[in-house]
Design a protein around this ligand. Sequence first.
Ligand code: ATR
Length: 289
Amino acid sequence: MVDGRTRVCGIIANPVEHTLSPVLHNIFAQELGHNLIYVPFKPEITGLDIAVKGAFALHVLGLNVSVPYKQKVIESLVAVEKDAKQIGAVNTLVRMENGYMGYNTDYLGLWRTFQEEEIILDGQEVIVFGAGGASKAVAYLCCKEGAKQVYLLNRTLKKAQELAAELNQTFQRDCVCAMQLSDYKEIPYKEHNYLAIQTSSVGMYPNGDQVILEDQEWYHCFHTAFDLIYTPAQTKFMQFAKAAGAKTYHGLKMLLYQGVIAYELWNHCTIPKEVVKKGYQMMERELHL
Ligand code: ATR
């Protein structure tokens, strides 16, 4: 029931129509008995600043921010949390006294997923496919959590080089090695040695027949393959990795936990496990997984 005390949260994105976040957050509110509603907002780029400041003035409790505004929104904030600042992208806005503070719960959500699935980064050799926005949060997490080496493979070498240089500078060690995607054979071939993380959009619905690395033999190098894509639930990348004996994961838990952490930040609470599980099942149902 929406009444005079209902708090409003929402997501800012464009397009916003396919977002799963309202389903997730409204389930959390319902299960926790919070008088809170979560709605989609679709501002134009020219109206982004007015939208964020207007939302603050309207006492909107918290906002998520998605494509294409995760970088641009930073200009409209009064503060940015340290990791989000380093990553250069924000997906969650939390109310402060004079405006919103930005967080990156994509990165935090991936970390919580890795912890839950017992995917270890400390001392690990990691291969990251892609060097876009999502890759930056992934590679940052790997460096921060002590990965021994991150091979950053991208179709456009320059983008991988820029990201590698930035991260090596931030962490003051030669952790990230940028490579052209087609040069993957320069990585030492070691069976079941690498954690592979796929961050590009290659293989995402409706292009489920595509895969970023065609060479099936090479999948024998992975002990674990994590694809940030969650539609389809089993990408070709995951299929190849599984056939080669690796453990495989899709990205739905990362999406779940970025939402969980955002909700916890807004409401100063910890969502109980069984409620988190309900949210996950609801998302699976929405996606027909
Ligand atoms: P996101 O924010 O989701 O990471 P992005 O910033 O547009 O999205 O990045 C998309 C990533 O997928 C990039 O690394 C891109 O490679 P380029 O930098 O060479 O463009 C990668 N990508 C997209 N389509 C690809 C394809 N067909 N083959 C290889 N890489 C591809």
